[in-house]
Design a protein. Structure first.
Length: 197
């Protein structure tokens, strides 16, 4: 039996409008898959790129979508106008903290600098014991294969421990990823890094 009951999933993803359609299709499917399981999506409230596709997929499937956005991004061109709830905060740091607070798990879809920064922040927080929430990558079209190889290289070079590789999971299919997150258990031995055992 899983130790997690997932009710709210934070999704990080790209806001660019210039990627291949396969990525927006995957984001819509991810949004719908979360909604059809009765889970809430929390995300950065954007209407463009994968962010908009994710929200649209969930809303069209009858899901709840909560957006958190800094005031300077809350414009008609950037902010999604049909969310279940929109929270406006002052800074990007407040947005990130609020998303973590609202989430039971995290998913990173393909994205750029911002997506990677948010992903590695929640992984770092898990590494140092600030949360034990599951983290997953939706590896669409092998997008994250180079990152997975980099993590393995980081491990081989001694910058992370064995258990740190188990802080996240990945799958190419939305339902498989959600199953993996639901069944995730935080790895044992995380305190070893802090104690330097």
């Amino acid at each position: 039996m899983s130790e997690f009951t997932l009710r709210s999933v934070c999704v990080y993803c790209g806001s660019s409008d210039h990627m291949r359609p396969v990525y927006t299709t995957a984001a819509r499917k991810m949004g719908a898959a979360i909604a059809l399981r009765g889970m809430r999506i929390v995300y950065g409230a954007g209407s463009t790129g994968l962010m908009g596709a994710l929200a649209d997929g969930a809303l069209q499937a009858g899901g709840e979508v909560v957006g958190v956005i800094p005031g300077y991004f809350n414009t008609p061109r950037l902010a999604h106008s049909s969310l279940s709830r929109l929270e406006v905060v002052d800074t990007i740091h407040q947005r990130k903290a609020r998303l973590v607070e609202l989430a039971d798990a995290f998913i990173a879809l393909p994205g750029g600098y911002g997506t990677l920064e948010e992903l590695f922040e929640v992984l770092t927080w898990a590494q140092i014991g600030l949360h034990r929430k599951p983290v997953g990558l939706l590896n669409v079209e092998g997008y994250y294969d180079p990152l997975l190889a980099l993590v393995e290289h980081i491990h081989q070079e001694g910058f992370i421990y064995d258990e740190h590789r188990a802080l996240f999971t990945h799958a190419s299919d939305p339902d498989q990823l959600l199953d993996a997150l639901q069944n995730h258990r935080a790895p044992d031995g995380l305190e070893r890094w802090l104690k330097r055992d």
